[in-house]
Write a new protein. Structure first.
Length: 81
């Protein structure tokens, strides 16, 4: 019985290790986007919500949170050319 469980766990780990290289780019993009959005929140004016709320959204709602902030949360910069 324990041999069956051990063999099943080894198969599961082997499958996970085969898929791991596919997840690395997604993880890098996720953290890069999160850091970029957090820097934008800290250094620029935001709209609709206070800065602390945007920070929570960016950190807690992984890839979607930073995208929502970058599309809706940034205050439009008025160019005085």
């Amino acid at each position: 019985m324990t041999d069956l469980i051990t063999a099943d766990m080894e198969n599961t780990i082997a499958e996970f290790l085969k898929l791991l290289p596919l997840f690395i780019p997604v993880i890098v993009i996720e953290y890069g986007l999160m850091i970029f959005a957090l820097v934008k929140v800290i250094h620029h004016e935001v709209s609709y919500l206070p800065k602390w709320a945007w920070i929570l959204i960016i950190v807690l709602i992984n890839i979607i949170g930073p995208i929502i902030f970058l599309l809706a949360g940034r205050k439009k910069e008025t160019g005085n050319d």
